[in-house]
Each structure stands twice: as C-alpha cells, then as structure tokens.
Ligand binder design. Structure first.
Ligand code: SF4
Length: 414
C-alpha cells in the first residue's frame, strides 16, 4: 500500500531539543530492541543493530519498514492520518534522533533497565545507535531492494512477520478490486532459489530478525504450490529458525478458493505437522452476484469448503470479507449470503474473521463492472452498515467464537 505525502504536519523538534539537557531519560535494553524515552510523548525505539524502528514525538508516531521507508501517523479532527515521510522529513527525524541518543548516552540517562546484558554489550549497543548516519539508512534501502520485490500486503496480525517470498505476484491477477500485482508476472520460485533468499534475509536482518514474530510465505495464494514443494520448504524453515515460545510462532500464508481443489485433508495435515499455523483466505462475499462484480473465480461455497478442510487438518484460518461492494442492488444480498456462508464455516476462537472496507483508489476496475450492469455504487457509510449487520449475526450461539475484527491496511509498512 503506497501512501502519498500530502500533509506537512511535523513535530516541533527544536522545542523538544531545547529541553533536552534537563530531560529525565529512561533507557530500556530489551531482548529484541532498545528504547529511549524522555517522557510518554517522546520515545525512540531501535533494533539491536542500532537502526531506528519506531518513534513518538510531539504526538506524531513514526514507523520504519525494513528499508528506509517511514510512515507518520497522527490524529487530526478525531481522524487518523497516515503519510509516507519525504526525504527531508526522514533526514530531520534521524537528525533529531541522533541528538537525543547522543545526549542521553553522554551520561544523562539516570534510569537504565536491561535484560542481563554485560557492560560491554551495552556499550556496543550505544556505539551502534550513535554511529548511524543517513547513508546507513540509505544502504538499508538498497539491501531491502536486493532481497525483496515489493511486499504489497499482509494480514494485519502478520505485520511483524518475516516474509519469505516463495512466489512472486498472483497466479490469477484479475480481481476487479485489486491492482497489487498488475505488472508482475507470476512465478513459483524453485526451492533452491527460496533457500538462497532465506540465507539472504538472515544476512540482511541480522540481529533485527529478533523483532520478527512469525514467517509469512508470500506473495499472494502461495499455498497453490504442490504439497511436496511446501513440505520441503517447511522442513527447511525448521532447520533455519527456532519455533515455539519466545521464538517464531509458526508459518502463515494466503490461500485462495480457486486452486485448492487438489489439496486434500492429508495434504494440509502435512503442513500442519510442520508448524504451518494459519491460512488467510480472501472470501470477500457469500453472494455469487457480488463475486461476479469482483471478478473473482470459483464460488463462496468453494471458499467455505477450503476453510473447513483446513480446519479439519488442524490449521487455523483468517477469513477476509469485503464490505461496501455489490452496490445498492446487492446491498442486502451481500449481507444475507455472507452471514449464511460464514456461519457454515467451522470456525472457533483460534480463527479470525476480518472485515475489509472497500476503498477505491482509482487503479482498480471494479467500478467499471458496476457501471456495465447499471448498478449504483454504495455510499461511503454503507461499508460500516454492512460490517455491523454481518458482525452482529455471526456465530450468535457459539461459545468459542472467532475473533471478528477490522482489516486495517492503512498502517501497513514492510
Ligand atoms: S485479490 Fe488476491 S487473488 Fe485477486 S488479484 Fe488480488 S492478489 Fe490475486
């Protein structure tokens, strides 16, 4: 998701720096990261290599992806705003961070907590943080591009995953609401190429790997690869990474409803035995008419069957439903059929139903599909109405309900 910068709001760094000498610094050297706080309004967090990963200054939050891309997030008129930092803004932020860390580590920090690090290790971290300059961040960007083709999207609970790109693009690439991989030719990489990619990622991230919580097999619908291929890859991942408590929680991927007819329960069980934990399916709608407008193949019942087969095999699912689609004509049908089909899925509290509100950003051809059939588009507020209407009727009598939550993609950065 590319966010353009149209907004110039930025922290008053000068004001914060004026009071730096008298600030009460608190430093935390944690297992995965290091943070410096002046107060709750000014926080800087670094990975163990000394690169800034997160910050708060003057009520603006900053997040860095794995390269040199930063997002700023803040509230304006009670609405969340998110923008990419410009080059100038990035330099200002990093310059500010440098002045804060240098002052903090020049003996000003009175409160220092750490998790069993030796004095030499602490000094090493400080040296790494203080020595970083803008060129180091630019180099990070170059390395990022060498290791990754653009990571377009992840499920919201997977933003801290280590993405392993075993496929490139999407095998279908024709959904009317999606333009993520339009110019990308789909391919499943040979296993050896993926193994080399994994070695490259380990080198690229080094100590920053400790911040990653899971492994996500990208790009879209990677579970279409043959089971033999997936088994070999999952076995290889076991040899390269630690799984379990305090380590990677498991392996995750998107799945689709149109290539899974050949995968049996037995196939999925082989994946489950190898730490594959959850598959995310773009279900979108329970209405065949709405699915036609979305130009997505197969049927809602196919999606339900894939979900139930995964569940029988011990794999959790994330079911992604899209609201605000189908136009006025199918407004009610989208609600009714989606409630009906999702309630036929054997979901429990290990699963998630995501509500993704359709956003038109001018590059999709969904609206053409509506116009072709003379259907009036929904109003902006219709998405929320559909979300609430569907949500209130899912798993009404279940004691072990799946989590029902919003599919937020605006803060996605990788
Ligand atoms: S929504 Fe998924 S299946 Fe459809 S084109 Fe986009 S990536 Fe491919």
């Amino acid at each position: 998701m590319i966010v353009k910068n149209f907004n110039k709001r930025f922290p008053d760094y000068e004001k914060i720096l004026e009071n730096l000498e008298s600030a009460n610094f608190l430093v935390n050297f944690k297992k995965n990261s290091i943070s410096i706080s002046l107060d709750i309004f000014t926080v800087l967090t670094y990975d163990l290599r000394g690169f800034l990963i997160y910050g708060i200054a003057d009520e603006i939050t900053f997040k860095r992806g794995l390269g040199n891309r930063f997002l700023k997030i803040y509230r304006e008129n009670a609405k969340k705003q998110r923008f990419d930092l410009t080059d100038f803004e990035r330099k200002s932020l990093l310059n500010f961070a440098k002045q804060v860390s240098e002052t903090c580590f020049s003996g000003k920090a009175k409160n220092v907590n750490h998790e069993n690090y030796t004095q030499a290790e602490l000094e090493n971290f400080i040296q790494k943080i203080n020595s970083k300059n803008y060129e180091d961040y630019e180099e990070l960007e170059e390395l990022y591009k060498k290791n990754y083709s653009p990571v377009m999207i992840l499920p919201p609970d997977q933003y801290l995953a280590l993405v392993v790109q075993m496929t490139v693009g999407c095998s279908y690439n024709k959904c009317s609401f999606c333009s993520f991989y339009k110019d990308v030719e789909f391919k499943i990489k040979p296993v050896q190429e993926v193994k080399n990619h994994i070695f490259g990622l380990k080198n690229f991230l080094g100590e920053a790997l400790k911040l990653r919580k899971s492994i996500f097999l990208g790009d879209a619908n990677s579970l279409l690869a043959p089971t033999k291929y997936l088994v070999e890859l999952l076995d290889f991942l076991q040899t390269q990474f630690e799984f379990g408590r305090g380590n990677f929680s498991g392996v995750y991927a998107f799945v689709d409803n149109f290539t899974q007819n050949f995968k049996t329960k037995n196939d999925y069980q082989k994946l489950a035995e190898r730490n594959f934990k959850r598959a995310y399916i773009g279900f979108e709608t329970g209405s065949q008419n709405v699915l036609r407008l979305l130009n997505k193949p197969a049927t809602p019942q196919d999606a339900r069957d894939v979900v139930n087969r995964l569940k029988e095999s011990g794999i959790s699912v994330g079911v992604i439903l899209m609201t605000g689609v189908g136009g006025k004509k199918y407004f009610d049908e989208h609600i009714e059929k989606s409630v009906e089909v999702i309630n036929q899925m054997n979901l429990d509290s290990s699963d998630i139903v995501y509500f993704s509100e359709f956003v038109s950003y001018g590059m999709q051809n969904y609206l053409e599909f509506l116009h072709r059939e003379g259907i009036e588009d929904n109003a902006e507020t219709d998405s929320k109405m559909q979300t609430e209407a569907i949500k209130s009727r899912l798993f009404e009598n279940s004691r072990d309900k799946p989590k029902l939550t919003k599919y937020e993609i605006e803060e996605f950065i990788y």
